[in-house]
Design a protein. Structure first.
Lengths: 111, 110
C-alpha cells in the first residue's frame, strides 16, 4: 500500500527562480495539505486542497500557489524564490478530519 | 506562527528510562495528535486523542489531554535507541489544518 509520494526529494534553486513540487496522496485519500518546515522548527501550514479547490490557506504570500488534479495529486509552486524559502516541504494526505499521512518531504535549498 | 509550545525543547535519557514530553496549545481543538520525525524526514503519526478523551494508550505510548489547561503530554516507556527522534504535537482545530509545536528532540543514550 503506497503511502504519500513526494518528488523530487532534494532540489537546489537560485534566488528569483520558480519551483514546482509534486505530491501523490495515499490511496483512498482525497485531501492534500502542504506544510513548510524550516530547520529546527515545527511544520507550518501552507494550504489544503480538496475537490481541486484550495479550502484553506495559512499565512503565506501569494508567491506560494498550488493545484490539485482530478486524481487527487497535487503540486506546490513557489515563484520568485527567496533564501528564506529554503526548507523541508511536506505533503500530507487525508480523508475528512482524521487520518493524516505525511510524505518524506522535499528538501529545497535556495542559493 | 506556531500555536503549540513543547517542553522540553531537548531531552536526553538512558535507554530503558521513560521519556515525558509536554505540549501546550492556544485555542479549542477537535483533537490533538503526536508525530515523530527522524533526521528531518517525513512525519510519522503516533497517536491521536480526541477533545473528549483524557488519556489514551498505544503500545509503549501514553498520551494525556487536559483541555481546561490546553495541554497534553506524551510518555514513552522503556525507551529504546530507535526512539531517538524529534516529537511534535499538532492541534487539529477542524477539518483543515494541523498547528504544530516546535518539537522536542529526544536522544536515547545506550
Amino acid at each position: 500500500d503506497a503511502g504519500v509520494t513526494q518528488s523530487p526529494t532534494h532540489l537546489i534553486k537560485t534566488r528569483g527562480q520558480q519551483v514546482t513540487l509534486r505530491c501523490s496522496p495515499k490511496s483512498g485519500h482525497d485531501t492534500v495539505s502542504w506544510y513548510q518546515q524550516a530547520l529546527g522548527q515545527g511544520p507550518q501550514f501552507i494550504f489544503q486542497y480538496y475537490e481541486e479547490e484550495e479550502r484553506q490557506r495559512g499565512n503565506f504570500p501569494d508567491r506560494f500557489s498550488g493545484h490539485q488534479f482530478p486524481n487527487y495529486s497535487s503540486e506546490l509552486n513557489v515563484n520568485a524564490l527567496l533564501l528564506g524559502d529554503s526548507a523541508l516541504y511536506l505533503c500530507a494526505s487525508s480523508t475528512r478530519i482524521y487520518g493524516y499521512t505525511f510524505g518524506s518531504g522535499t528538501r529545497l535549498t535556495v542559493v | 506562527s506556531q500555536q503549540g509550545e513543547e517542553d522540553p525543547q531537548a531531552l536526553s535519557i538512558q535507554e530503558g528510562e521513560n521519556a515525558t514530553m509536554n505540549c501546550s496549545y492556544k485555542t479549542s481543538i477537535n483533537n490533538l495528535q503526536w508525530y515523530r520525525q527522524n533526521s528531518g524526514r517525513g512525519l510519522v503519526h503516533l497517536i491521536l486523542i480526541r477533545s473528549n478523551e483524557r488519556e489514551k494508550h498505544s503500545g509503549r505510548l501514553r498520551v494525556t489531554l487536559d483541555t481546561s489547561k490546553k495541554s497534553s503530554s506524551l510518555l514513552i516507556t522503556a525507551s529504546r535507541a530507535a526512539d531517538t527522534a524529534s516529537y511534535f504535537c499538532a492541534a487539529n482545530q477542524g477539518a483543515q489544518k494541523l498547528v504544530f509545536g516546535q518539537g522536542t528532540r529526544l536522544t536515547i543514550n545506550p
